[in-house]
Ligand binder design. Sequence first.
Ligand SMILES: [Zn+2]
Length: 256
Amino acid sequence: VAVVPLGMVEGWRAAGALIWPVSCPGCGRTDVAVCDRCRAAVAGPAFFTPMVGWPPGWGVWAACGYRGVPARLLNAWKERGRTDLGAPLATGLASALLAAAAAAIADPGRPLLVVPVPTSRAARRRRGGDLMAELARQAVARAGSTPGFAPDAGIGVGRPPRVVRALRHARPVLDQAGLSAAGRRANLRGALSVRPGARRLVAGRDCVVVDDVVTTGATAAEAARALTSEGARVVGACFLSVTLRRPGVPDHRGKD
Ligand SMILES: [Zn+2]
C-alpha cells in the first residue's frame, strides 16, 4: 500500500472541488450547498391566495412566489439532480401545509391524508424517483415535529398527517405551457384518477392536495375532482410556490 503524502490528499480534494464545485443555486455563492438567504426565501411564512374557478371555501396556501431565488432552487432540485435541496424546500411546503391544515375544517378524529399531484412516468425516470411525493413526506415529517401542530390544526390529534400517493394519470395530456386557464382545465378534465388500490383508503377521508408549483390551479382542481369522485373530502390545497403575481404573493427577486 503506497503511503500518500497529506499534501497530495489535500491537493486531490482541491481538484475535486474544482471538478464538482458546490454552489448555492439561488445566488451562485460558492462553497455552500444553499446559503441562508436563499434558504429563507423558500421557507415561508405561508400566505393565502384565491384561485379562479375553484370551489368556494378551499384553502390555497403557498410559501413563496415562483420566480428569482425560489424558481432557481426548485429547478435545481427538480431537473438538475440537486435532491439535497429537498430539506429547505420541505420547510416551505411544511409551512403551507400547516396553514392549509389549520384553515381546513377537517375530521378531528382521523389523520389528514396528504395527496401529492402525481408525477408522470417519464419525469420519474428522468429524475430518478417521485420527487414530489418525497418532498411531501419530508414536509409532513417537518410539520409533524412542529410543536402544537395537531391541536392547532384541530386534526388528527396524536395522529400525524399521512402522505398517500393516491392519484395516477388516467390518460396523456398536452403540455400545459401556452394554454389558457380554460384550455388547461379542458386539457386536464378526467386526466387523473384514484389508483384502484387507494379507493377504499380515500373514501370518506379528509385530503389536502399538494404540489411544488401552482399556476392556474387546474392540475390541483383535477386532482381534487378525482379524489372527490371517489368519496374523498378535499379540504384544501398547498404548494411550495405560486407563479401568480398578485398582492400578497412575496416577490423574491434575489440577484435577478
Ligand atoms: Zn444563495
